[in-house]
Design a protein around this ligand. Sequence first.
Ligand SMILES: [Zn+2]
Length: 373
Amino acid sequence: MAVGTQATVKSLDPVDLREIGAPMILGNAYHLHLRPGDELIRDFGGLHSFMGWDGPILTDSGGFQVFSLEGLRTVEESGVEFRSHIDGSKHVFTPESVMQIERNLGADVIMQFDHVIPGQSDEAAARDASERSIRWLARCVAELERLRAGGPPPTTTLPPPAPLPGTTFPLPAPNHPQALFPIVQGGIHPALRRDAARAIQDSGSFSGYGIGGLSVGEAKPDMYNILEIVDAELPRDRPRYLMGVGFPEDLVEGVLRGVDLFDCVAPTRMGRNGTAFTRDGRLNIKRAEFRADRRPIDAECDCACCTRYSRAYVRHLFLADEIHGLRLLSLHNVHFLVSLMRDARASLLRGTFDGWSDAWLQRYHSRTEPAPA
Ligand SMILES: [Zn+2]
């Protein structure tokens, strides 16, 4: 999933995303609640309509953002009080209020509100947060059922939006059913992860499962170990979503361990910083060695950047501070990850994934990235 935290995948238009073949994008309940407000988005017919994207959307609950506000929050069993990073105003998120926000945003997949902790938390802290997340899941399920059963219907103060240009299927109605994904927490502690995965399944049947609290400062082997434990516990016929991951190598390693869905700001953030993913590892386009390089960023990539422009041109755009450069590398990086997942899926279907992933990882790691110029 390409990340569109603020109802936009930075510098890319939904038309670009369609051309890339990006199947699904991600929005964020915390950011969109604070600005422009989830009720405003609801009044525009939901996030799909507001941002002009007719494909599937997943919204993250904001747990990660709220718990990242060090010193700006107090955690209680009822919920979390925090101050906005924008204007310092005071807000409270509870499992119920987050369901209301995600209902207003109207995404297809909505994440539960969970208690997120730093990656290296000790077992006691990880257990406390994981068990609270499971109690909060029950409250999310109950609230969503209440809302679905026709609780207060959304008040639409504006006329319905005009059909979007190029829209090939109708936008979801404001009250369309939404799939709630629980989130398996438990830090880097295998027993806690196992307990969480089991407790979540005991609490109901879900369309898919989030795996949270990884890629937050723990060592890679710890992340892989936890993925293998969770892989063995979760149902095989439902998608597993590894939240906030990742880089190309993380995607391949994740798929190896049973993960289906990923999201990460890396492709656009790194793109804006001048870093491109290639099949031979990362490349910093600002380096002097690319000054007169006629080759595309990645010779095997068929994105709109690689089929039209040289490394020398993209480097020039970055050195000249031209906005087109940020856009081209963001586009290339998102395209790179989407086509990587497409290749992974094709090799899984052919039954050749093990050999494909070995070769892919070996080539990707073979070229060590030189130090920045
Ligand atoms: Zn490309």
